[in-house]
Unconditional design. Structure first.
Length: 410
């Protein structure tokens, strides 16, 4: 795209759209962020991120100086040359994908698409969604260049990772792929070409794989702790100078708007025969219940007791509470008669940390924010992360030297 070409990001002030828009604007693309959230639009135009993002405000202000702007006015779509739609596929109460939601958004904006407009789907899609959209456009006589370029960044680190990670680009035909590829080549170091179905599955499988990794750690944690064994001591011993365990995940409440949802979408696509995925769901979701059981055991019952929760966001040092298992812990405690207080440096509505510690009979670390590192707590504490109470292992010197075998392994 040339400097005078216009890109509109629909849903542009959210976690997916805003970092992407900033990077395009910095790369010289005339970029407009369209969003229905007026408060978020005002914050963005004022040079402030509406959510936590590393280095966000400084990069946003640089992008605004390069011409980036945000608006709630839909008519900005009328003269656009390219569109990025960041709406993804949600799941319903039965854990099945709600395709109608994304199709509705597409139908709202397709009236603005001109012949040869580039339309990029960005968020997670249920496998086959792109093919359905393509067939609909062909049926309605709408000739556009349709591409799917899935978002792959970690929340809170999007600005850093958009510029450093390879970008997947998929399309049904060569002109669409080339146009989308040229656009993303301006902000990504490399382009990976896939078919739309491959790209849809790659996104789901990446998040499901991470969800499975957390489930392994969480299952082992429950097995050990249920039998009176300190799992974190085992964890440190397993990983100590042992290269094959270097990537072993630590246990913790695995939640958020993507991992669980995408695992369930992959299960639905495979006609609910993704047994590993369903098992991971039971383990990861069940860890919240296990934490409550631990608190009940430590206190000898929960009725009439006060329990303090440390952290309500779904991940450390982030302000996003979506699908956070902290709220499941809170509800379970309240159901069993406990009064629940909470503190979170990013999520509003809680009390101060000193008050939480002093007024609680026991505490549960739900989110390992940096602020809690080294916190001195003398009251009963449930710390599935092993974050506050650090475990030390005993390591004694031996006489043997390290010997490397022919495979390069010790």
């Amino acid at each position: 795209m040339q400097r005078d070409k216009k890109l509109v990001i629909i849903g542009g002030c959210g976690h997916v759209g805003l970092p992407l828009g900033i990077k395009f604007a910095q790369a010289g693309v005339k970029t407009v962020l369209l969003d229905i959230n007026r408060r978020a639009v005002q914050k963005v135009n004022g040079g402030h991120f509406p959510f936590v993002e590393k280095g966000g405000d400084a990069e946003l202000r640089a992008a605004l100086a390069s011409g980036l702007k945000a608006t709630c006015r839909e008519n900005v779509c009328r003269d656009a040359d390219a569109y990025v739609i960041v709406t993804g596929t949600p799941v319903d109460e039965h854990l099945n994908p709600r395709l109608a939601d994304i199709l509705k958004v597409f139908d709202i904006y397709k009236k603005y698409f001109r012949r040869d407009s580039l339309v990029i789907m960005r968020s997670t899609l249920f496998p086959g969604t792109m093919e359905y959209l393509q067939k609909n456009m062909t049926r309605d006589g709408v000739k556009i260049k349709l591409a799917f370029c899935p978002e792959r960044v970690a929340q809170g680190l999007a600005l850093e990772e958009i510029s450093s990670l390879p970008q997947i680009v998929s399309a049904f035909d060569e002109p669409s792929f080339q146009t989308a590829s040229r656009l993303f080549a301006r902000i990504a170091p490399e382009i990976i070409r896939l078919t739309p179905l491959e790209a849809e599955m790659a996104k789901l499988m990446t998040n499901a794989w991470r969800y499975l990794e957390f489930a392994i750690a969480n299952q082992f944690y429950v097995i050990a702790e249920s039998n009176g064994v300190d799992f974190h001591k085992i964890f440190e011993a397993m990983r100590y100078k042992y290269p094959r365990a270097r990537g072993y995940k630590a246990p913790g409440l695995a939640a958020g708007p993507c991992l669980f949802k995408d695992t369930m979408q992959l299960a639905s696509y495979f006609e609910h025969q993704f047994y590993l995925g369903h098992s991971a769901m039971l383990v990861n979701e069940g860890l919240a219940t296990f934490a409550v059981k631990r608190a009940r055991k430590l206190l000898g019952g929960l009725g009439g007791r006060t329990v303090g929760l440390l952290g309500m966001g779904f991940k450390a040092d982030n302000d996003d509470p979506r699908e956070s298992l902290s709220f499941r812990v809170k509800k379970a405690l309240e159901f069993q008669g406990a009064t629940v207080l909470f503190h979170d440096p990013y999520v509003p509505g809680g009390i101060s940390l000193p008050r939480l510690v002093s007024q609680s009979d026991a505490l549960i670390l739900c989110t390992p924010h940096s602020e809690y590192a080294g916190l001195k707590i003398t009251k009963p504490l449930v710390d599935v992360w092993g974050f506050i109470k650090k475990t030390k292992i005993t390591v004694l010197p031996g006489a043997a030297k390290h010997v490397t075998n022919t495979n390069g392994e010790r």
